[in-house]
Design a protein around this ligand. Structure first.
Ligand code: ZN
Length: 309
């Protein structure tokens, strides 16, 4: 029998949920406002209700092998507890510090596997491109913050506490800008969607944010923004000497985003002669369900079901 998992990708404004077979085929899909899991109670219990509703709605009772969820937050090394999701807050603290796996498994009686969202997005790319066992792959996602995932020696880097590769919090020298993490000078203060929005409000607030690159791609403040995006990117390339880097996230997908310009800054900072320019750069898939599919494939992999089994 073909194994099916529910994959969920949780973002600050919406979350996506799909039933996915082990070859990555999506059989049912739903996009829901994240308010439904933040407003009116304990976030994990509201999420459990949404999952239960999805299972009933699509007649999936007894047909789900696992549930995989990607959070916009690091999770602990045991992959049970969500550390902190600043974009999913409510009066009871949102998902922060909750053992999401235990709470959901108690209510849904299905194995649950959680991950930081960047790992599940990269899982999707690894599967569709066949990059498993193919050297080192890095994913950098310029969204509200900077998401990051590193896959080497056939594993995602996790670290002692599960927080490895939080590239958005690479510190910049002599900075006094405050980051949402509480530190000062993090890369996210300069090269993220949040930073771009601040830059837009300061310089171009009378225009549409979506036009910022098409109208002002060559302006000094935009070039400085691109350089700030390039610094953590190049730093990670210099550390890992990767085979390939996947670039995604809302900022990199904006209209007229100056990708070549970004890469010129990156190549300026990468060590010569190697890694230099000798790594592939791939734009992330724009498939809207990529994170949900990646979450489901991750869950099935944890159960020992490989691709297409
Ligand atoms: Zn920070």
């Amino acid at each position: 029998m073909d194994k099916k998992a529910i994959g969920i990708d949780i973002g600050g404004t919406s979350f996506r949920m799909g039933a996915v077979t082990s070859d990555g085929t999506v059989t049912c899909f739903r996009k829901v406002s994240s308010r439904t899991i933040c407003e009116g109670g304990e976030a994990v219990l509201l999420l459990a209700e949404q999952i239960r509703h999805f299972i009933c709605e699509h007649g999936l009772e007894g047909r789900i092998a696992a549930i995989g969820i990607g959070f916009p937050s690091p999770v602990d090394a045991a992959k049970e507890v969500v550390y902190n999701c600043p974009n999913l807050q409510n009066e009871t603290g949102g998902f922060d510090g909750r053992n999401v796996v235990k709470l959901l498994e108690e209510r849904l009686s299905v194995p649950v596997f959680i991950n930081k969202d960047a790992n599940n997005l990269l899982q999707y790319e690894l599967e569709i491109h066949g990059w498993k066992n193919q050297g080192t792959t890095i994913g950098i996602y310029y969204g509200t913050g900077i998401g990051n995932s590193v896959y080497l020696n056939d594993h995602f880097l996790s670290g002692k506490h599960g927080v490895a590769c939080d590239l958005g919090h690479l510190p910049f020298y002599l900075s006094d800008r405050c980051c949402t993490c509480g530190n000062r000078g993090c890369a996210e203060c300069y090269g993220s969607g949040r930073a771009l929005r601040e830059l837009w409000e300061t310089h171009y607030g009378e225009e549409e944010l979506s036009d910022i690159f098409t109208h002002h791609g060559g302006d000094q403040v935009i070039l400085e923004f691109l350089e700030a995006m390039a610094i953590p990117f190049a730093a990670e390339v210099n550390i890992f000497d990767p085979d390939r880097v996947v670039i995604g996230g809302g900022v990199a997908e904006m209209k007229g985003f100056p990708f070549e310009r970004l890469m010129e800054y990156v190549y300026e900072f990468t060590r010569k002669p190697y890694p230099g320019r000798d790594f592939s750069v791939i734009k992330a898939s724009r498939e809207p369900g990529a994170g949900a599919v990646g979450s489901a494939l991750y869950a099935l992999e944890q159960l020992g079901y490989g691709k297409g089994e």
